[in-house]
Write a protein that binds this ligand. Structure first.
Ligand code: PLP
Ligand code: MN
Length: 367
């Protein structure tokens, strides 16, 4: 059976395949650590990007502390791979999901969760009370700092929810989370920084208000690739959650610039020539997400990519010899997280030689 291996060259890969330039990825990690570690904040990378315990461990080795996941099913996979300092950043709602959380917490006590409602908090508390687990689960209040996606409103509503948790013996309030997702991709650095500081003022102000009310707020967690730098230097923030920086995508590079490099591409093959200035490649919607626009062919400036359905894409050009059937093209994803979720393996290479093959362990884990 077809099985590319470590030590083989990229030419041995069938396409489409997801490939990682290790030199660039390692540089992204170093640059993140150089940027953020001197501020003294904890770096808790969001693993919804990589969906990989192997990469989570690599990031920890480089200086990160723990990881975030979006969903319980991701936490199950990452924790069972021996990485369990995990914060689940999305609200856990519904009896099935709550039951899954309790089972996960039974064997992985380092799991931390967020709540933004009495109803949500009560359900988790009741389920833990019905289990024979004595230890409370660590909980963060999820705060709406302007994104309006999830989170309790700051001020009185946040205080009320915190006070409510006092009656819930199986929940231990340890901190606040406020994710300013609406700011990550703002193109103006000044505007991103200014509005991020407004969000951080809401977040840290709420943390202070809770402390004044007697709560022991240890964790103030926030930030993504587009804002982590601003969050980390804001007094009172203890932790940041960037994810996309590791591989980047065209959307992020257009917004936040070139500090981090595009280290992941989808290797594809030209399978047909259509006229004198256009070819078709074997990567379509099933290989590259398009919610943030189309992918860009690497090192082919001036080439225009068009989606041609599930399995195909077109590349057109104005000048020059162009591409021929059988040529290989690396496509830079426009949005990294949903693209990775489409693939089974990362083929990590250095100068074209495969150095590691990592499964996308939590691929498809969206529950
Ligand atoms: N934190 C939370 C709660 C998120 O939802 C996300 C991404 O959507 C991140 C952090 C990481 O952001 P990014 O991948 O943009 O670095
Ligand atoms: Mn994303």
């Amino acid at each position: 059976m077809y099985q590319p291996g470590v030590g083989d060259r990229l030419e041995s890969l069938d396409t489409p395949s997801m490939i990682v330039d290790l030199d660039l990825m390692e540089l992204n990690i170093k640059k993140l650590m150089d940027l953020l570690l001197p501020t003294g904040v904890n770096i808790r990378p969001h693993l919804k990007t990589t969906k990989s315990a192997i990469l989570a461990k690599k990031l920890s080795k480089a200086g990160a502390k723990g990881g975030c996941v979006a969903k319980v099913s991701e936490a199950e996979v990452i924790a069972s791979a021996g990485f369990d300092d995990i914060l689940i950043t999305g609200e856990i709602i519904g009896p099935v999901k709550v039951a899954r959380l309790v089972e996960l917490f039974r064997t992985h006590r380092d799991i931390k969760i967020v709540i933004d409602s009495n109803v949500g908090a009560d359900a988790i508390n009741n389920a833990l009370a019905a289990s024979n687990i004595q230890e409370p689960i660590s909980v963060l209040l999820d705060l709406d700092v302007g994104h309006h996606r999830a989170g309790v409103q700051p001020g009185e509503p946040a205080l009320k929810l915190a006070r409510h948790t006092k009656n819930l013996g199986h929940l231990k309030l340890i901190g606040v989370q406020g994710y300013e997702g609406h700011l990550q991709h703002l193109h103006s650095r000044e505007e991103r920084e200014r509005r991020c500081q407004e969000s951080m003022a809401i977040l840290t102000g709420t943390a202070d208000g809770l402390r004044e009310d007697g709560f022991d707020i240890q964790v103030v967690t926030t930030g993504g690739t587009g804002t982590a730098e601003f969050c980390a230097s804001f007094p009172g923030v203890t932790e940041v959650q960037p994810g996309s920086f590791l591989f980047m995508d065209t959307d992020y590079r257009n917004a936040v610039g070139t500090y981090f490099s595009n280290s992941l591409t989808i290797l594809s093959t030209v399978i047909s020539r259509q006229g004198s200035r256009c070819v078709t490649i074997d990567a379509g919607l099933k290989s590259l997400s398009t919610d943030s626009g189309l992918a860009q062919p690497k090192n082919l400036p001036g080439y225009v990519h068009t989606n041609m359905g599930d399995e195909h894409g077109a590349l057109a050009w104005e000048d020059g010899p162009g591409l021929s059937i059988g040529d290989r093209v690396e496509m830079i994803p426009s949005h990294i997280d949903p693209t990775i979720n489409l693939h089974e393996f990362y083929y990590a290479h250095r100068n074209g030689v495969i150095e590691a093959i990592w499964p996308v362990e939590a691929r498809g884990k969206v529950q």
